[in-house]
Design a protein around this ligand. Structure first.
Ligand code: NAD
Length: 244
């Protein structure tokens, strides 16, 4: 039977490439996103063309009931979830002087509470199977901090604490939990930045290029594979050496 990967926020960007990587490796995919758009259809077609099954599970991960439904739909269709990738994330960047309480809570609710909501619903199934991999997408700014991102950096630092705690809780059940901390990756999240800002970021990257979603997807896949079966509670940076 094919394995199943549930990837939150997988309609585009990094999540989409993670879904494509797992599909190439023969996984059936649970595709989640919050707002429907043409790109969702394109992504679903692309994944299906790789010969695997795709379950479309629209839903807001910051809502506990919707998260429950996403997981229930996945179990109904495939009977199991072997890999969970908590990837859905948003930014609402601004300096604290201008940051509204809702800018702070919205980012925490999607990025951090959303990670809890989906994980909480998936873990019982993994525990029953005594097997599973959970990979949480953090960010290097969760380690370093970044002016203008106190909401986002707090959410991503929170994901690191969550990952390590869960890794300790679940290791005895053979469920491995790790985080990936991308640096600067080319997606619609970073498209909004001015060219001059992108150029100055590039100068801080020893590998001298901006990362691609595939760079992150390959590392996520490694953390789901047999090759990483002695790795848990870690934060793997995928940043071209930007933060070391
Ligand atoms: P993106 O904006 O291109 O994609 C985000 C995805 O999340 C979309 O599929 C969107 O539908 C989904 N999403 C947003 N809110 C959601 C919600 N409430 N419920 C369910 N799905 C929701 O972003 P990206 O650049 O691909 O980022 C993916 C992840 O990688 C995020 O967690 C982001 O914080 C992290 N990250 C990105 C970078 C970067 O440079 N792009 C760097 C570090 C970390």
């Amino acid at each position: 039977m094919s394995k199943v990967a549930l990837i939150t926020g997988s309609s585009r960007g990094i999540g989409k490439q993670i879904a494509i990587k797992f599909a190439k490796e023969g996984y059936n995919i649970v595709l989640n996103y919050v707002n429907r758009s043409e790109e969702v259809d394109k992504t679903i077609e692309e994944i299906k063309s790789l010969g695997v099954e795709v379950l479309e599970a629209q839903g807001d991960v910051s809502n506990f009931e919707e998260s429950e439904t996403i997981v229930e739909l996945a179990i109904e269709k495939f009977g199991q979830i072997d890999v969970l990738v908590n990837n859905a994330g948003i930014t609402r960047d601004t300096l604290i002087m201008r940051m509204k309480p809702e800018d702070f809570s919205k980012v925490i609710n999607v990025n951090l509470v959303g990670t809890f909501n989906i994980t909480k619903n998936v873990v019982p199934y993994m525990m029953k199977k005594r097997q599973g991999r959970i990979i949480n997408i953090s960010s290097v700014v969760g380690i370093s901090g970044n002016a203008g991102q106190c909401n986002y950096a707090a959410s991503k630092a929170g994901i690191i604490g969550f990952t390590k705690s869960l890794a300790k809780e679940l290791a005895s059940r053979n469920i491995l939990v790790n985080a990936v901390a991308p640096g600067f990756i080319e997606t619609s999240m970073t498209d909004v930045l001015q060219e001059s800002v992108k150029e100055s970021i590039k100068k801080q990257i020893p590998l001298n290029r901006i990362g691609m979603p595939e760079d992150v997807a390959n590392v996520v896949y490694f953390l789901a594979s047999e090759e990483s079966s002695y790795v848990t509670g870690q934060v793997l940076q995928v940043d071209g050496g930007m933060l070391m």
